[in-house]
Write a protein that binds this ligand. Structure first.
Ligand code: PGA
Length: 257
């Protein structure tokens, strides 16, 4: 049985005070319910990490960053190390988000280094893979996913893989309001699991949690998460408001597979 995991990617939104308010609001809403059937993670911007960590202290809500560098420390102006993220209170880190790949030169090789560095320091990487519209329309979705997965996890054993979460995020569905249909999502999730079985083994592939991301909302979460290989969601826009994110968590926790 894989426990679903819902993560909110706040991207470059929220000042420190706004982040504290949002975290407090979510804490209040989620405290009311028994959501132990779902893992919940909030990923604010770097500046707000320690303040949000303080809000989440003694709750079951996890904290994640949106990126990381692969060195422990050094003269790398502008970068943030896994040691610093741990120190700020993080347990998770998003790696290889399509916006990093698209705008900041992230490659499978840098993703691989970031996964290794995160695992070394006990952070759980949420590793993003996904095709853009052109690739989908050219019938290249599976090839692209294979390239992302094989490149990102190159040289990493099953033990490492088991400590990660994978997020399938079709780029054409991110921030566009265009969600992959539950069947489209399931098709790729199933492919990812099949590929992991070939790269590792059946047991390992069966244990890995694969989130779906791309315009997830309270209205579509239940159907998406109801699919056999969809084990949660990485939520952008809808994670920025207490109402919508808590509704997503509530609906996800009601889905029995
Ligand atoms: P979205 O973003 O939910 O706003 O589409 C998802 C993501 O980029 O992680």
């Amino acid at each position: 049985m894989r426990k679903s995991i819902i993560a909110g990617n706040w991207k470059m939104y929220k000042t420190i005070n706004e982040a504290i308010d949002l975290a407090n609001g979510l804490k209040r809403e989620l405290f009311k319910l028994n959501f132990s059937s779902v893992d919940v993670v909030l990923c604010p911007g770097y500046c707000a990490l320690s303040e949000v960590a303080e809000v989440l202290n003694e709750t079951d809500i996890g904290l994640g960053a949106q990126d990381v560098y692969w060195q422990d420390e050094g003269a790398f102006t502008g970068e943030v190390s896994p040691v610093m993220l741990k120190d700020a209170g993080c347990q998770y880190v998003i790696i290889g988000h399509s916006e990093r790949r698209q705008f900041f030169g992230e490659t499978n090789q840098t993703v691989n280094k970031k996964i290794r560095a995160s695992l070394k320091h006990g952070l759980t990487p949420i590793v993003c893979v996904g095709e853009n519209l052109q690739e989908r329309e050219a019938g290249q979705t599976f090839n692209l996913i294979k390239n992302h997965l094989q490149g990102s996890f190159e040289g990493l054993g099953a033990e490492a893989l088991l400590k990660t979460v994978i997020a399938y995020e079709p780029v054409w569905a991110i921030g566009t309001g265009k969600t992959a249909t539950p069947d489209e999502a399931q098709e790729v999730h199933q492919y990812i699991r099949q590929l992991l079985k070939e790269m590792y083994d059946e047991e390992t592939a069966g244990q890995i949690r694969i989130q779906y991301g791309g315009s997830v909302k309270p209205e579509n979460i239940a159907e998406l998460i109801g699919k056999p290989d969809v084990d949660g969601a990485l939520v952008g826009g809808a994670s920025l408001k207490v109402d919508s994110f808590s509704a997503i968590v509530i609906k996800a926790s009601e889905v029995v597979k």
